[in-house]
Design a binder for this molecule. Structure first.
Ligand code: CP
Ligand code: NVA
Length: 342
């Protein structure tokens, strides 16, 4: 039996594949509400997607259910409290048995879980492809929508429509600088394993004591060194600091996320203290000498402490709601890709 086409992280996707997924996402968005490109509206007819979620979700669930349906398929939501899954020591059904059973009845599994090991175990035992809807380590579906949003902000609608309708490849975005001001979490991990390989520079500010995981830093360093030895290849530079204003220097886009990810609720009080000075504001961007026309991104949901309303609701700065909408267009492209459509 062949290995299912799992989609667990952008780390293992070549840049050309990432860009073709973004290209396809843009094509779906531009065609909307007209006939989707290549008449793929019914490619998932009769196919079921199991959404296996042990954490809450607004965007990821809605984008996936509507995306899968838009290709003619049937999504089925399985909340952690509705199925038998649980700690076998406490009488629950194991990941292994759950994965074997669910994977035998559906065509794909879309899973939002805790530790990344859980989704790896699910993928190990599921006959159906497993797609990562967020783990504590990675959120590839979000990063893909973020990349799409960065392309829109950088190239503009007219140019992008030309590229997409002519079928040309998307260019690498050399020279674009993204600043991360926030926690060392699943979102920045996913951005770090993808953006530099598209030529985008990333400067990361996390507070002292919140270092980016060593394996992510290692991947960035190894890929950067490799690209240097390949003629014509590009790789964005990556830098790390604890000072938000240093990270913001020259930034075209400033990105943040919650300081307290799902599952870290017990650390909330201490984290809020550790992240003092990390709220994204006009003053922070100015102090750091961000590009005068800098934009703001956030995967949402937003909590009040990490960005102020002046930035968050400023239509000239904030891309957050198109970033959220783009979750749907990228989900369609990923489902089509995983299910072998294009
Ligand atoms: N950004 C994101 O994944 O949002 P949800 O938790 O609402 O799915
Ligand atoms: N870092 C956040 C992202 C939520 C979409 C979390 O894992 O909770």
């Amino acid at each position: 039996s062949h290995k299912p086409n799992h989609f667990l992280t952008l780390k293992t996707l070549p840049p050309a594949t990432i860009l073709s997924l973004v290209h396809r996402s843009l094509a779906f968005k531009h065609a909307h509400p007209h006939t989707p490109p290549a008449s793929n509206t019914n490619m998932l007819h009769g196919k079921t997607l199991a959404l296996l979620f042990t954490k809450k979700s607004t965007r990821t669930r809605i984008s996936a259910e509507t995306a899968w349906s838009s290709l003619g398929g049937h999504p089925m939501f399985l909340g952690a409290n509705d199925i038998q899954l649980g700690d076998p020591a406490k009488g629950g059904e194991s990941w292994r048995d759950t994965a074997t059973v669910v994977g035998s009845m559906v065509d794909a599994v879309f899973a939002r879980l805790g530790d990344h090991k859980e989704i790896e175990e699910l993928a190990q035992y599921s006959r159906a492809p497993v797609i990562n809807a967020l783990t504590a380590k990675y959120h590839p579906m979000q990063a893909l929508a973020d990349i799409m949003t960065i392309y829109e902000a950088t190239l503009g609608e007219r140019v992008l429509k030309e590229i997409v309708s002519s079928g040309e490849d998307l260019p690498r975005l050399e020279g674009v600088k993204v600043a991360w001001v926030g926690d060392a979490n699943n979102i920045i991990n996913s951005l770090l394993v993808s953006l530099p390989r598209l030529g985008i520079h990333v400067s990361v500010a996390t507070p002292a004591g919140y270092e980016i995981d060593a394996d992510i830093k290692e991947f960035v360093a190894v890929e950067g060194a490799r690209a240097k030895n390949v003629a014509g290849d590009t790789y964005g530079t990556v830098s790390y600091t604890t000072d938000p204003s240093v990270a913001c220097n020259g930034a075209h886009i400033i990105v943040t996320d919650t300081w307290v990810s799902m599952g870290q609720e017990a650390d909330k009080e201490s984290k809020l203290k550790d992240f003092a000075g990390y709220k994204v504001t006009e003053a922070m961007a100015k102090l750091g000498n961000a590009h005068p026309d800098w934009k703001f991104m956030h995967c949402l949901p937003r909590k009040l402490e990490e960005v102020d309303d002046e930035v968050f609701y400023n239509p000239d700065r904030s891309l957050v709601f198109s970033e959220a909408e783009n979750r749907k267009w990228t989900a369609i492209a990923v489902f089509e890709h995983v299910m072998g459509g294009k």
